[in-house]
Structure formats: structure tokens, C-alpha cells
Design a protein around this ligand. Structure first.
Ligand SMILES: [Fe+2]
Length: 378
């Protein structure tokens, strides 16, 4: 036998294997339970997370930095959006012109590494590990160039992506577009649980959100909040959106148009789910406080990257509503409360009952008789 036939090659998957990274694959994953192994390239423990709905472009890495340790310096031609699951520490960046930046992160921090900037993460604790999850577009980059030395060993500097120095201190610029599309341009958010969100009426039930532009990159991130006793409208879009619970408790349902049953993912801090391409999904708060989640993806408001993202997030043409907040009855991708499968509201009400939580959705959708308090039902 000569060389194996070069046929149907996936350079990204081959690379993951060669790096020795354990892979976890599913629709919903608890990132605290993901197996990790020594990852010589980073000098700490790592694992790869392949959500079934991730599409072709995105992946996740989990980095487990032992107490008092740090990653080896890295630079690479793919984008990183980090979310801190546990622990605290700092990250140092170095640009070719000698400029250095550093910032300190803790639980629920969000940050991005400007493309190809040299960076290093330090665990600031001598006792506790730090657990970070990194959403990246490495699958896209590696499958296009299929050359590891180029992706991890290129000196080119994208200085225009470094951003203002304040972008590393938790400050940023608010760019108001329209409800649902306000952008917060920054490189670092110290605490996603504390950042102020803007109203997004279209998605229903008093929800708020903010879209991020991070390190002028193509990776998207946004954070949404559902008030107590509410849930959001069902919707669908392209793949690669990784949804992570930041605060509160609840669950998500996911289903394809032709499916009879819903796939249910219960979430708490550390759980990620990723709806597949055009798979409907809906998020529900069942807890005593507002529920927040973070979503990361390839392609955002500034750089949609794909035509599907542009239609979904911005609109098919000038003046159009983003498809993601336009009713399916008007050719969009959102299911209004009055059009949703009646099983959905009941499923949520049962869950609310189990949690002893008070529903506050009467304004948007009538409560079925069996769920009304006895006095009101008479
Ligand atoms: Fe979504």
C-alpha cells in the first residue's frame, strides 16, 4: 500500500486527533463535565466540544488551567471568544508594535483575543483551577488553509483589530442600531451577570439583550435576559450559535419543522446547547430570578459572514425586519406566542408548578383552564 487516498479529508478533525484532545459531542453539554487531557500546545488541560448543531465553522475548547499555572503564549489566525466558567486570573496580550495589554477576569467574564495577537492566560489563584470555554472559528480556518504552521505560526499583525485600550478595561462604545440590534463594542466584559441590557420587544415577554462586537471580529456574541415568570418566542436561524446559561434556571426546546417531539435541554450555569441549522428552538425561564444566557457564533451584526446570517440578523434588504424577529406567517423565522404548539405552554406551566414559580405570561398567551387557580376557574 502506498499513501492513504487523500479523499474526504477534514483537516480540522485530523488536527483535533493529532493534538490528543478528548472530544465531547452532543446537543446539550455540561461544560463542567467535559473530559480534558494534557494539551502540550497550550501547556494546560484541554478538551474539544463539538455541538451537534455547530455547523461547519465553529467549535469550542475547554481550557482547564491548574492553580498557579498559565497557558503557553499563543498566536493564531482564528478568532477566540472566551467565557469564564470558574476561577479568576488574567490575560496578557502583546502586539507586534510592542504594545501590551492585560486584563483581569473572573466568573462570567467574556473576552475576545484580537486576531493573531500573542496572548497568554494566567490562573490568579494558587488553590483553585480556572475553567474557560472558548468558542472559535478554527474549523473554518483550518479547513480552508489546511496548514497548521500557517494558522499557528504567522507573524502578520492585524493591528486594526486591537481596539482602544479602554476596550480591555471593561469599557466600550454603545452603538445604537434598533431594538434587538444595539451593539456594545469592546474586547472584554468583566461580568455578563452585571452588564446592563436593552429592551427587545419583538422577541417577547419583556426580554432584553445586547449584541457584542468583540475585537472587531467576525465572531458574534450576544446576551439575553428573560424576566421572572416568562419565556421567549420560538425561532430558528443558521447553525453555529452556542447558547450558554449565565444566570438563573430554565430549559430550552429544540425541534425541526417536520418533527413531532421536542428535544429538551435543561440548563444551569455551565450548560451549552446549540440549535442546528434552521432548527426551531425556544428558551424558558422557570426560576425565581431573571435568566440570562450568552450566545456565541460565527458571523455577527458587523460582519454577518454568511447570507443566511445577514437575512436572519439584519434583514434581507434595506428596511426589512431581521428574519429572526419576523413571524413565520410573514416569511420570517419567529413563532408568535399565539401560533405556537399548545403543548409548549402547558409543558412550561407544568415545570413552573414543579418549581413553585409564578407564571407571568397571561398578557401574551391565555392560561389553559386546568392551570388557573381554583377560584378564578369558577
Ligand atoms: Fe436562537
Amino acid at each position: 500500500m502506498t499513501d492513504q487516498a487523500r479523499y474526504g479529508v477534514d483537516p480540522y478533525l485530523n488536527w483535533v486527533k493529532q493534538e490528543g484532545l478528548p472530544v465531547t459531542e452532543d446537543y446539550g453539554i455540561d461544560l463542567f463535565k467535559v473530559p480534558t487531557a494534557d494539551w502540550p500546545r497550550y501547556g494546560v488541560k484541554g478538551g474539544a466540544v463539538h455541538m451537534k448543531g455547530r455547523g461547519d465553522f465553529a467549535n469550542m475548547f475547554v481550557l482547564d488551567i491548574p492553580p498557579g499555572q498559565s497557558t503557553t503564549p499563543q498566536r493564531h489566525l482564528f478568532e477566540d471568544v472566551y467565557y469564564v466558567l470558574e476561577g479568576s486570573g488574567s490575560t496578557q496580550l502583546e502586539f507586534a508594535d510592542g504594545t501590551r495589554r492585560s486584563f483581569e477576569w473572573g466568573p462570567r467574564s467574556l473576552f475576545a483575543i484580537p486576531l493573531n495577537a500573542r496572548h497568554r492566560h494566567f490562573n490568579g489563584s494558587g488553590r483553585e483551577r480556572a475553567l474557560l470555554v472558548d468558542t472559535t472559528n478554527l474549523p473554518m480556518v483550518l479547513n480552508v488553509f489546511h496548514n497548521e504552521a500557517f494558522v499557528f505560526g504567522t507573524d502578520f499583525d492585524f493591528l486594526e483589530r486591537a481596539g482602544k485600550s479602554e476596550y480591555f478595561s471593561g469599557e466600550g462604545d454603545l452603538i445604537t442600531v434598533r431594538p434587538g440590534n444595539h451593539m456594545w463594542e469592546t474586547n472584554f466584559v468583566p461580568d455578563l451577570g452585571a452588564i446592563e441590557l436593552k429592551s427587545w420587544g419583538d422577541r417577547g415577554a419583556g426580554g432584553t439583550n445586547i449584541m457584542f462586537v468583540l475585537a472587531d471580529g467576525t465572531m458574534h456574541a450576544h446576551i439575553s435576559e428573560m424576566p421572572v415568570g416568562t419565556y421567549k418566542k420560538g425561532h430558528r436561524h443558521g447553525p453555529s450559535f452556542h447558547v450558554m446559561c449565565v444566570a438563573g434556571q430554565g430549559f430550552s426546546l429544540m425541534w425541526y419543522e417536520d418533527e413531532q417531539d421536542f428535544r429538551r435541554i435543561d440548563w444551569k450555569h455551565g450548560v451549552v446547547l446549540a440549535p442546528g441549522d434552521r432548527q426551531f428552538h425556544q428558551h424558558f425561564n422557570t426560576g425565581p430570578r431573571p435568566a440570562r444566557y450568552l450566545a456565541t457564533a460565527v458571523g455577527g451584526l458587523r460582519y454577518p459572514t454568511t447570507a443566511a446570517n445577514r437575512i436572519s440578523l439584519i434583514g434581507a434588504k434595506e428596511g426589512d425586519k431581521p428574519a429572526v424577529s419576523k413571524s413565520v406567517k410573514e416569511g420570517g423565522d419567529q413563532i408568535e406566542y399565539e401560533d405556537q404548539d399548545p403543548r409548549i405552554h402547558r409543558l412550561w406551566l407544568e415545570d413552573m408548578r414543579r418549581h413553585n414559580a409564578e407564571p407571568r405570561m397571561e398578557k401574551f398567551i391565555p392560561t389553559p383552564k386546568e392551570f388557573l387557580p381554583p377560584t378564578a376557574a369558577e
